[in-house]
Design a protein around this ligand. Structure first.
Ligand code: PMP
Length: 426
């Protein structure tokens, strides 16, 4: 097939899959030339203010000099080397940082390539832990409705069966247990009834459970819902009571997005296993990690057992060096002040949306602002309207949401907010 005469944009439309779209009737794509700070530059010269942080990831914006320097320095040494039988400073420095930043009980780190794989690894850790600690019949997982954990098969089995985008595969997926979605909001008064469904399921099925898995506080791609910290606190208590491991998926929430370094801090609890990804490298390259307690690691490895996972690009030195630079940038920045500033501005700025008959709900937590509409958004036309307004905002379903880089200034943030208000209320 000779494709050399096609423009690269036409080649893309004809041959390349994009996320969650058709190949034969694709949604439009926008051609990007470069990105810097909070701006994406299209090939036609148009600049767009980024409201998405490339799906939770680009917390420092794009083309950051400190990250670029780390890339150049690491590239001059080595970009990759296998992790089997080899170790290197970028990975060990990063593991040390992660162990220091995350809740104290987490002491061991498994590096992988993406969030979904980090979730697979976490779930496999729980399964192997049970196999090796006289709990061989513990093969199921308990989670909550409205969750999203990734696109691989074990991860899909704990995504919301309806909104989790994976209902097509229901016949193949392992059947797990789903408690009702928590209904109490982050800032609402706690209602003790909210935990009843979870409590009943864990009481009934704890003898089959390898682990409980959920997204702490913020349910992301499953509906952008912020639930009450007391719910998560009680989940921890019930896991302890029934001796079930707790896996927290901090892939979207980790590294400051909700106003604390990890969302579980809102509840003052610590998991047995935790997944991180996305903002780990400041959104510059794919890397994820699964952390566990010593108890989990020792349970897996007792009696000369090994953990059965080992991706080709495990602990990739370039990705680890970038993550080290990104975490240094974050920890040395006034990120809490930035998140508080963004949160206040989003709260005030998005408030007018509430009055619109199109709008079902407005919610803000940390640097996340969500406008939930009553009807599904036409993604292609709404996206085009946003681009016309000079902003990059990608709605899905009934949700129009903002999660800008932490470094965004007030003027750019206002422009993002004005575009959302105008388009959701007209
Ligand atoms: N868990 C959560 C909470 C996520 O939001 C995502 C990605 N949207 C994933 C897991 C999967 O991560 P990745 O896309 O890097 O595989």
């Amino acid at each position: 097939m000779n494709t050399s005469k096609q423009s690269w944009q036409q080649f893309d439309a004809d041959h390349i899959w994009h996320p969650y779209t058709s190949l034969t009737n694709p949604l439009p794509t926008y051609s990007i030339e470069s990105a810097s700070g909070v701006r994406l530059k299209l090939t036609n010269g148009t600049e767009l203010i980024d409201g998405m942080s490339s799906w939770w990831a680009a917390i420092h914006g794009y083309n950051h000099p400190a990250i670029n320097q780390a890339i150049a320095e690491q590239t001059a040494k080595m970009t990759h080397v296998m992790f089997g039988g080899i170790s290197h400073k970028p990975a060990t420095a990063l593991a040390q940082k992660l162990i220091e930043l995350t809740p104290t009980q987490l002491e061991n780190v498994f590096f992988s390539d993406s969030g979904s794989v980090a979730v697979e690894v976490a779930m496999k850790m729980a399964l192997q832990y049970c196999q090796n600690t006289n709990k061989k019949e513990h093969n199921k997982f308990l989670t909550i409705r409205g969750g999203y954990h990734g696109d691989t098969f074990l991860a899909m089995s704990v995504c919301d069966p309806v909104t989790g985008m994976h209902s097509l595969f229901n016949k193949v997926l392992q059947k797990n247990y789903f408690a009702d979605k928590p209904t109490r909001r982050f800032n609402e008064q706690w209602n003790a009834q909210d935990i009843n469904s979870f409590k009943q399921l864990i009481r009934q099925h704890h003898n089959e459970l390898a682990a409980v898995i959920l997204e702490p506080i913020v349910q992301g791609a499953g509906g952008m819902w912020f639930y009450h910290p007391e719910y998560l606190r009680q989940v921890r208590e019930l896991c302890d009571k029934y001796n079930v491991l707790l896996i927290l998926d901090e892939i979207a929430t980790g590294f400051g997005r909700t106003g604390v370094m990890f969302a579980c801090e809102h509840s003052g609890i610590s998991p047995d296993i935790m997944c991180v990804g996305k903002a780990l490298t400041g959104g510059n390259i794919s890397l994820a990690a699964t952390l566990s307690t010593k108890q989990v690691a020792e349970g897996i490895c007792n009696n000369n057992h090994v953990f059965m996972h080992g991706p080709t690009f495990m602990g990739n030195p370039l990705a680890c060096a970038i993550a080290n630079a990104s975490l240094d940038l974050l920890c040395n920045s006034p990120w809490q002040q930035n998140i508080t500033r963004i949160e206040k501005t989003l709260q005030i700025g998005l408030e007018p949306c509430r009055k619109s008959p199109n709008v079902a709900d407005v919610r803000v937590l940390g640097a996340i602002g969500v406008v939930e509409l009553k009807k599904q958004v036409n993604q292609a036309t709404t996206q085009a309207e946003f681009v016309k307004q000079g902003v990059w905002i990608r709605p899905f379903g009934k949700l129009v949401y903002l999660m800008p880089p932490f470094i965004i200034d007030d003027k750019d943030l206002q422009q993002l907010i004005s575009a959302v208000v105008e388009i959701t209320t007209k």
